[in-house]
Unconditional design. Structure first.
Length: 125
């Protein structure tokens, strides 16, 4: 037998020996990450901020004189009410201003309604 034929036969035998082993190999097992349900309207502000803060990032976090909460925290609470099924997006955002501010897109109310709609559509994380 020529050397080329011997090498070809040897490679063929090795391939037949290795193939069943590779077919039976089991890959690594991954843990499935369980997503916690979104917090409801009665949850603490810290819990709601983690869940709904993404949708309210356009609202200022500065306190406004005469108001109990910041616009950001009111938006987060509105998201919780809208996603929790207690209110519609429109009724959850009723406390926001409907006046246009120069340099901002939409009103506070319309931005809140849009964010609540997105949160509801995505199932709130």
């Amino acid at each position: 037998m020529k050397i080329n034929t011997r090498i070809a036969v040897l490679l063929g035998v090795l391939t037949l020996l290795v193939t069943p082993t590779a077919a039976l190999a089991i890959g690594p097992e991954y843990e499935v990450e369980h997503v916690a349900p979104a917090p409801g309207a009665g949850a603490s502000l810290a819990a709601k901020t983690k869940a709904y803060g993404v949708y309210c990032k356009g609202f200022p976090k500065k306190h406004v004189k005469g108001q109990k909460m910041t616009p950001f925290s009111r938006c987060v609470t509105s998201m919780a009410k809208a996603v929790g099924g207690k209110k519609t997006a429109k009724s959850a955002c009723t406390g926001f201003s409907k006046k246009h501010v120069k340099g901002k897109t939409g009103t506070e109310f319309s931005r809140c309604v849009v964010a609540a709609g997105e949160a509801k559509r995505e199932g709130a994380l």
